[in-house]
Design a protein around this ligand. Sequence first.
Ligand code: ADP
Ligand code: MG
Length: 215
Amino acid sequence: MPVPTDLLSALFTQIQNVIDANAEAVTELDQAIGDGDHVYNLQRGLQALQEQIPNLSTLEWQAALQKIGMTLMSTVGGASGSLYGTLFISMSKNLGVRPLDSTSLADIFAAGVESMKQRGKADVGEKTMLDVLIPVAQYLQSHSAQPLNELLPAMESVALQGVEATRDMLATKGRASFLGERSRGCIDAGAQTAQLMLSAIADVLSKESTVGRLG
Ligand code: ADP
Ligand code: MG
C-alpha cells in the first residue's frame, strides 16, 4: 500500500508551521552557541520534502523513508542534515517488509536514533538533539505494546525534559563544543527543534482522523 499522502502532507505542514513560528527564538539559541543557521537549514529541508510529496505518494513506506532521508541529506546541510538523513535512511533499512504500525515504528525509530549516535559519535549528555531523541526512542520502545496515540502526551513531556536538560550541559560535540565551559547555560538549538518537530507530529497523529492511519 503506498504511503497516505494526506497524512504526510499534514505532518510536513505542521512541522513547517511549528518551526516557522519558533524560528526567531531558536535562532537566538543557535546564535548563542552555534553559527545561527540551524533553523534555516531545517526550513530548506522541509520545503524540499513538501516538493517531494507527488513522488513520495507513489512509494511504499520503506522506499518513502529512504527518499525522505536522501532529500534531507542533500538539502538540509550542516551536522543536522547528515544526522536527520541518517535517521530516515536507517529507519527505511530497518523497516524491511514489515507494515508501519506502533510497534514497528518504535523499533525503527530506536534503530534510526542508534545510527545517528554512530554517525555523530555522540550520546546522551553531550548537549545535542540526541538528548531529546534518545529518551523519546527509549520511551516509545518500552511502551510499544500500547497504541501510539496513547503514548503521545507522555512522549511530549519526555522530549521537553530532554530539551531542558541540555541547558546546564557542557557541549562536547558539534560547534558548541568549541566554546567549552561557555556552552553551559543555554538550551541546544538542535534539541529544541527536535522537540518542536516531535510535538508537531504528536499534534497531527493525535487527531482522530489520523489515528490508526500508519498501517
Ligand atoms: P552545524 O552545526 O553543522 O552548523 P546545524 O546548525 O544544522 O549544523 O545543527 C546544529 C545542531 O546539530 C546542534 O544544535 C546539535 O543539536 C546537533 N549536533 C551537532 N553535532 C552533533 C553530533 N556530533 N551529534 C549529534 N548532534 C549534533
Ligand atoms: Mg549551524
